[in-house]
Design a protein around this ligand. Structure first.
Ligand SMILES: [Zn+2]
Length: 582
């Protein structure tokens, strides 16, 4: 290189650009595959390297170019995955001045002319190297005509030509091109591995840094080695002393990891004051509320992975204990916290005061911490007992309970009261041949005798005006069939063994049974919705709704509150539908 007296500062990302594949961190799978292809002599004419930005695609492309053209220190070497770095091709490729290795940035050269230039050059033999190599960066940015021109070359590539494409958006590369390439996916480098890499560099550069600080940088870099090194550069420039977690947090405008951990641990323990205090410390240091929520989500993700049986290998030492502690909350609680935070994260941007919104979110998190999870609820709920009052079964995001939710206490923290049922309770129903004394009993009689259609019609169209044994006065509403009164008289006579007279009356009468039932249902649903246990369930599970109300006492035959399947089967359109979509 240059031998000026005062060496210019080289940014870390450049200085530590890998010279060999073994220095390429986090891409073991790629290196292995490439090594196999090389040793088996199965190298394609074209390669496509894909992965997020800053992950090492260009470095890999150059390494590959070196490896393909390396002749070894003695000048007799073959193509290799371990370019010597000594030979002329290695040196000039590293310096970006090899005549046979052309780097093209498709982002700035998208026209067909460039592609034509490429193709014109393809015809010539390499000047000095083994292969003529075209590295096309951001290949997805090429124009359609450029792709077409390229495709022709790829269909019949000259032996001594190799193409190395790099792209962040593989889906934008035409399949016709992809099908002629060996594809290599570069993975995001795991945070722990990245932190280790940073530690190694700090040692070499004599940068004193806390492990926490490096971990914070690694996390912020999201798997990109280049970003991690740039951040390390920045952080190192900020201080001559030891690099600490707090300094990195300040630099990134992120909460310190320890503060995030405190917020989450306290919130999951239901300790809102401690959680809020930790948030305020982070906020006063300049952490963005949105960043904090992102951090909390990250922690919950890590903890959930562990709770689900994942290994903690990817965690840095100082985090293991905390994550293990959080994992003890269990998957269900962590999942609930995740949902809550994810929703809150989306709302944060719209809030006039994001800090206040974040505090509300933390309070909510702490508030729900002790609430039972769906699984716990289901376990603790008693099975339906014959004497339990009517109650609600709830449709939630989790598998819907098959047993009705009874109103027995669930946990010590959930106080429940029996539901008032007086207004919907009906008098005992005689299903035998006794005299009916109410419209409901007439309907029950019809159902018992299998006359579902008649029962449905009575429910929906008949208002009771007066009822004495053998004499029924009714009003008709809606699209009642003409012969309804006659039918009722005929069947009643048949069922009771007594002659019945059914007459139509103009007087107002009461509600129809369907109307009564609808009113009762609404009342019941309102009662149930404010019943503490149910209210809490509705609160805990976003999207839960009272789906169906079941009366465990009622049987299908005599059910006045149970579902109206009978009616529906009879072809009657039932507009008394309890379903509230969630
Ligand atoms: Zn070499």
């Amino acid at each position: 290189m240059t031998d000026t007296a005062k060496p210019a500062y080289r940014v870390l990302a450049r200085k530590y650009r890998p010279d060999t594949f073994s220095e390429l961190i986090g891409q073991d799978a790629l290196v292995r595959t490439l090594g196999n292809a090389l040793s088996l002599g199965r190298l394609a004419h074209a390669f496509v390297l894909t992965g997020v930005r800053g992950i090492g695609k260009t470095s890999t492309a150059r390494l590959l170019a070196k490896g393909l053209n390396c002749i070894g220190a003695d000048g007799n070497g073959d193509a290799t995955l371990e370019p010597c770095g000594q030979c002329e091709p290695c040196k000039s490729i590293a310096a970006g001045r090899h005549v046979d290795v052309l780097e093209i940035d498709a982002a700035s050269h998208t026209g067909v002319d460039d592609a034509r230039e490429i193709i014109e050059g393809v015809g010539y033999r390499p000047v000095s190297a083994r292969y003529k190599i075209y590295i096309i960066d951001e290949v997805h940015m090429m124009s359609k005509s450029a792709f077409n021109a390229l495709l022709k070359t790829l269909e019949e590539p000259p032996d001594a030509v190799k193409f190395i494409f790099a792209t962040t958006e593989i889906r934008k590369v035409p399949v016709t091109i992809l099908s002629r390439c060996q594809r290599y996916d570069l993975r995001r480098v795991p945070a722990a591995m990245l932190a280790g890499h940073l530690g190694m560099i700090c040692q070499r550069e004599s940068i004193a840094a806390d492990e926490d600080a490096l971990a914070a940088i690694a996390r912020a870099a999201e798997g990109s080695v280049r970003d991690a090194l740039s951040l390390l550069d920045q952080a190192a420039a900020m201080t001559a002393d030891k690099l600490t977690n707090d300094m990195v947090a300040d630099m990134l405008g992120r909460p310190g990891r320890r503060e995030s951990q405190t917020v989450l641990t306290a919130a999951l323990a239901g300790d809102a004051p401690s959680a809020l205090a930790a948030f305020n410390i982070a906020y006063s240091r300049g952490a963005e509320p949105e960043m904090l929520v992102t951090d909390l989500l990250d922690l919950i993700h890590l903890a959930s992975m562990q709770a689900a049986g994942g290994s903690d290998d990817a965690l840095i030492e100082s985090e293991r204990e905390i994550i293990a502690g959080l994992a003890e909350s269990g998957i269900a609680r962590l999942g609930r916290a995740w949902q809550l935070l994810l929703k809150g994260h989306g709302e944060l941007g719209q809030a006039p005061n994001p800090a206040a919104a974040c505090e509300m979110l933390i309070i909510r998190l702490a508030h729900t911490a002790h609430m039972p999870t769906p699984g716990e609820l289901m376990q603790k709920l008693p099975k339906t007992s014959p004497s339990s009052p009517p109650s609600a079964s709830l449709a939630t995001a989790t598998p819907a309970p098959s047993t009705p939710v009874a109103s027995a206490p669930v946990t010590s923290s959930v106080e429940t009261a029996p539901i008032e049922t007086a207004e919907i309770a009906t008098a005992p129903i005689e299903t035998g041949a006794g005299m009916p004394s109410s419209l409901a009993e007439i309907v029950a009689l019809a159902e018992t005798n299998g006359e579902m259609l008649l029962a449905a019609r009575i429910r929906n169209h008949v208002k009771l005006v007066s009822l004495k044994p053998g004499n029924l006065q009714i009003g008709l509403v809606g699209a009642a069939p003409d012969q309804l009164a006659g039918d009722i008289a005929r069947y009643l006579s048949q069922w009771t063994g007594q002659r019945w007279l059914v007459s139509l009356s103009e007087s107002a009468g009461s509600q129809t049974l369907a109307e009564e039932q609808r009113d009762a249902h609404e009342k019941l649903r309102d009662t149930i919705a404010i019943e503490p246990l149910v209210a809490q369930i509705l609160d805990i599970f976003p999207g839960a709704s009272i789906d169906e109300i079941k009366n465990p006492e009622a049987t299908d035959a005599a059910g006045t509150l149970v579902d109206d399947n009978g009616l529906l089967e009879a072809g009657q359109n039932n507009d008394d539908d309890e379903e509230m979509s969630g």
